[in-house]
Design a protein around this ligand. Structure first.
Ligand code: CAA
Ligand code: NAD
Length: 283
């Protein structure tokens, strides 16, 4: 299938990153969110990210303008009528994603593929909110999207192999490496990663070391590019909590129980970098 137009639902940190790499690959992109100021902020972030590439002479200033010119910020789902592929990247809540997939299914043309960037929610369940489960798939980009090479491709029970092939090709065209897995809670990536992040939060909660100490030990001792607590702040503590809840619910295993400290931070609205405060302070 020939993908030309991509709609990205959600202009937050993942959505604007996906819109950027899609536009860089030459696709026509609609980037949707619930309010004009949010999509405008998304475009601003993309502009800043492209500025880094201009500064490093990886693209020219004219390239930047044409990439931005391929992205149309929108606040309705109407433009789904023109898309060949939609990639949903809104908050990690099943009820919100279910509603959006119902809408996209109603508006998008029959050939369109509906993908979710969910970190952990069941693709088969999301697909069941549509009348085209064979065209629903997980397209899991990593954060920060412009930098990270992986796209985890998650096949739901009904996903058509041709849809998987098309999505793999689309990911490759964006300079990414697609790797497939089955539809299990947390997939491969977050089933492993979240246990580590949660354990680091338990260590902090128990006073085993300071936040800086825990992060330094994992950075210097394991050669991780950033410590687990800094990474949790980068991902967003609300997202980390939602993923752990999906894992705990999905496997029924207490090893996934979210640390109470994580729950407190989320209820305080200290969600990490995106709110200026999480485990660390960002000014
Ligand atoms: N946009 C564009 N480019 C960016 C960027 C951004 N937001 N952030 C960093 N970069 C680029 C920089 O320009 C730089 O590029 P060059 O090498 O070409 O110069 C490169 O990335 C490295 O950046 P920095 O030197 O500024 O900083 P760093 O070396 O500390 O790297 C990092 C920053 C890439 C975030 C690195 O710390 C890292 O890889 N951290 C781990 C990230 C990770 O684990 N991501 C997965 C999260 S889990 C997930 O995504 C799944 C989920 O469902 C939750
Ligand atoms: P975010 O909080 O930065 O952005 C979420 C965006 O969704 C917000 O801008 C919000 O306004 C928007 N939104 C909420 N309801 C909406 C609706 N009905 N229609 C359109 N937009 C709506 O979150 P994020 O980090 O970008 O995460 C988005 C998705 O990507 C989640 O499913 C998350 O699990 C997944 N994900 C996150 C990461 C990460 O590291 N943060 C990595 C991979 C995947």
């Amino acid at each position: 299938m020939n993908i030309k137009t991509i709609m990205v639902i959600g202009a937050g940190q993942m959505g604007n990153g996906i819109a950027q790499v899609a536009a860089q690959a030459g696709y026509t992109v609609y980037m949707n969110d619930i309010a004009q100021e949010i999509v405008d902020k998304g475009v601003e972030t993309i502009s800043g990210s492209l500025d880094r590439l201009v500064k490093k002479e990886k693209i020219t200033a004219a390239d930047k303008e044409s990439i931005l010119g391929r992205i149309t910020p929108v606040t309705t789902y109407d433009e789904a009528a023109n898309c060949d592929l939609a990639v949903e990247a809104v908050v990690e809540k099943m009820e919100i994603k279910a509603k959006i997939f119902g809408e996209l299914d109603r508006i998008a043309p029959p050939h369109a593929i509906l993908a979710s960037n969910t970190s952990s929610l069941p693709i088969t369940g999301i697909a069941a909110c549509t009348k085209r489960p064979e065209k629903v798939i997980g397209m899991h980009f990593m954060n920060p999207v412009p930098v990270m090479k992986l796209v985890e491709v998650i096949n739901g029970l009904a996903t058509d192999p041709d849809v998987t092939k098309t999505v793999r090709e689309a990911a490759e065209s964006m300079g990414k490496v697609p790797v497939e897995c089955r539809d299990v809670p947390g997939f491969v990536s977050n089933r492993v990663l979240m246990v580590m992040l949660n354990e680091a939060l338990w260590e902090l909660y128990e006073g085993v070391a300071t936040a800086e100490g825990i992060d330094q030990i994992m950075k210097l001792g394991m050669n991780h590019p950033m410590g687990p607590l800094a990474l949790a702040d980068l991902i967003g503590l609300d997202t980390v909590l939602s993923i752990l809840e999906v894992l705990q619910d999905g496997y029924g295993d207490p090893k996934y129980r979210p640390c109470p400290l994580l729950k407190s931070y989320v209820s305080a609205g200290w969600l990490g970098r995106k709110t200026g405060r999480g485990i660390y302070l960002y000014s």
